[in-house]
Write a protein that binds this ligand. Structure first.
Ligand SMILES: C[S@@+](CC[C@H](N)C(=O)[O-])C[C@H]1O[C@@H](n2cnc3c(N)ncnc32)[C@H](O)[C@@H]1O
Length: 274
């Protein structure tokens, strides 16, 4: 149980992940992400055997749906440590006896050694400047027999989107080109001494007029608002986006005939021996 108040620094130009959970559109975007992803994550937690008494860490907890699920599942003998740079949407969890909220930058904060049965992240490490450092800290934070479970995307498949409409090549392709890290994750876990390493890789298309398209429309809206806020170009992925391109891409996502290869979702697990 922890009391925190958000002290997240404002976004700066060129920042790799400049979106802030406190904004209203970002709250809607993360709610959409949870609705799309929670059933898959929960099924994976159940397959891993997460149960009463487990001690878990949720890296980049966002709006906290998985923190809530884990806290319920592990019960009073277990615990969930929820970490995010921006805990605005997590404050209602501060009263829970088995939840600890930590606000801070994963790239600089320390994790306790030999502390967790499970360390999980979803759509977080792929956006960091320092993903390997965080993975190393997560592995060192496992108890003997503990597991990591990382769900992160790689933008490789987008390069195969030949003859894609221009808004896609101007907006989504530059974003996808930045996401090259997840393909290295399983090898990193093996090099750190984890066993039973698995990489469930699934390619996903970006298709108009789908729930996933709505999520990306909210992402584009968030990027566009951010551009206004910082008085600069929208810059989620470090590439400049013109407002007209963001709007054209958003419109394309309404088109049910739009369909291109986009990302590979990696769900990577590994276990500390012992
Ligand atoms: C795309 S959201 C994913 C949220 C949540 N994991 C989910 O799947 O619903 C990325 C999250 O990572 C957090 N984040 C980004 N960079 C971070 C950093 N350097 N340190 C800690 N948290 C960070 C953001 O604040 C945000 O909550």
């Amino acid at each position: 149980m922890t009391a925190v108040s958000s002290t997240t620094p404002p976004p700066r130009r060129g920042e790799r992940y400049p979106l802030r959970n406190a904004s209203e559109v970002e709250d809607r975007r993360l709610a959409r992400l949870e609705a799309l992803s929670d059933p898959i994550t929960v099924a994976a937690f159940e397959a891993l055997g997460v149960g009463p008494g487990w001690h878990c860490a949720e890296l980049g907890a966002g709006r906290g749906s998985m923190v809530r699920w884990l806290a319920e599942r592990v019960g009073g003998r277990g615990s969930v440590t929820a970490i995010d740079r921006d805990t605005t949407r997590l404050v209602d969890l501060a009263h829970k006896d088995n939840v600890e909220l930590l606000e801070g930058d994963l790239c600089t904060m320390a994790l306790p050694a030999d502390a967790f049965d499970l360390v999980h992240s979803r759509s977080v490490l792929m956006h960091l400047e320092c993903p390997n450092r965080v993975v190393e800290a997560a592995v060192a934070a496992l108890r003997p027999g503990g597991r990591v479970f990382f769900e992160e995307s790689d933008g490789g498949p987008a390069a195969a989107a030949r003859h894609a409409p221009e808004p896609f090549t101007r907006v989504m392709l530059p974003m996808a080109r930045r996401w090259t890290w997840a393909r290295t994750l399983a090898g990193l876990l093996e090099s750190l001494g984890l066993v039973d390493v698995g990489d469930d890789r699934r390619e996903m298309r970006l298709m108009g007029d789908t729930p996933n398209a709505r999520f990306w429309q909210l992402t584009l809206e968030s990027v566009s608002r951010l551009a206004e806020e910082v008085g600069a170009r929208g810059d989620q992925a470090g590439a400049g986006f013109e407002r007209a391109d963001l709007e054209a891409m958003s419109k394309l996502l309404d088109d049910p005939s739009f369909s291109v290869p986009f990302v590979a979702r990696h769900r990577v697990t590994g276990r500390r021996p012992g």
